[in-house]
Design a protein around this ligand. Structure first.
Ligand code: SAH
Length: 272
């Protein structure tokens, strides 16, 4: 998968993404980063100007349409020459829909993706209308430039590209998969600061471990992200009660309350 990033600060992008896991994946050829300097496409050959005052007044400078458009056309032509199709173009902007794991999944299926990083006050609306297919934000706050948001998205998308993570498993069990947060995890030693690793994780019983992890994921999501928990609940509606068995059980012994597992609504018995 090839990422093409239109930016005024290509060195910022190139150096960050070429380190760590994304850098390793680039070396192995699973992904590529192509940070292109918009300034190189300025028609102003003397000062390479790329911004100007906004019509109608107001503080700050705006990135002009022409250099961005020419930069995009060059990137697009190269993609097409290499046998690709006209790419999706993402303008990273606080005015976009908020990025999430689902969006990352969707975008990870593309062969080429173009990102446009704004700066200063933003970008002349006309070039956005001309080239942008997706407006995406990383959250409800305003940053100085689009480079960090583009890198956040590229990082999240990259790790979903097959081969990028060493262990394909990990992307499947992680937070936000199926609208659940990941369960707590532990490494050596077995005891640290008087805190023991939950014994079930040392039992070697994979089925029990899986059940425990699912329970913990549900408890954690309910506590920390009730909004996600509601979504999970909609997709995992309560199972019908096994009436006969429960009635007999109730007659034999009083129902235990306050049990974390029951409380976690694993079977959604309380139908919340
Ligand atoms: N005046 C603009 C904000 C400009 S911030 C407005 O009010 O909408 C400068 C650039 O930073 C933007 O063009 C955009 O590319 C980037 N940016 C800032 N905050 C962002 C966010 N939350 N998500 C994605 N990109 C952001």
């Amino acid at each position: 998968m090839n990422f093409h990033i239109m930016t005024l600060f290509p060195e910022m992008i190139q150096s960050s993404l070429s380190s760590s896991i994304t850098g390793r994946a680039e070396n192995k050829g699973y992904i590529s980063f192509n940070a292109v300097n918009i300034r190189d496409y300025s028609n102003d050959l003397k000062h390479h100007k790329v911004d100007d005052y906004t019509y109608g007044g107001g503080a700050g400078m705006l990135m002009q349409a022409q250099p961005i458009y020419d930069c995009f056309i060059d990137i697009k032509n190269k993609i097409i020459q290499n046998g690709g199709k006209s790419p999706r173009v993402i303008y990273v902007t606080p005015q976009g829909s908020v990025f999430n794991q689902q969006k990352a999944q969707e975008l990870s299926k593309e062969e080429d993706l173009v990102f446009l990083c704004g700066h200063y006050e933003g970008v002349d609306e006309r070039v956005l209308e001309e080239i942008v297919t997706d407006y995406i934000s990383i959250g409800d706050y305003v940053l100085t430039g689009g480079e960090l948001p583009a890198m956040v998205m590229i990082d999240a998308i990259s790790r979903l590209v097959p081969g990028v993570l060493n262990n394909d498993e990990s992307a499947l069990t992680e937070s936000f998969h199926n609208n659940l947060l990941e369960y707590p995890q532990y490494s050596r030693p077995e005891e640290w600061m008087g805190k023991k690793v939950p014994p079930i994780l040392l039992s070697g019983d994979h089925k029990k471990v899986d059940e425990w992890r699912l329970e913990q994921s549900i408890i954690r999501t309910k506590e920390r992200r009730p909004d996600l928990y509601e979504k999970w609940l909609l997709e995992n509606p309560p199972k019908p009660e096994k009436k006969k068995r429960r009635r007999r059980k109730a007659a034999e012994e009083p129902e235990v309350s306050g049990n974390v597992v029951a409380d976690s609504n694993v079977d959604n018995k309380d139908g919340e």
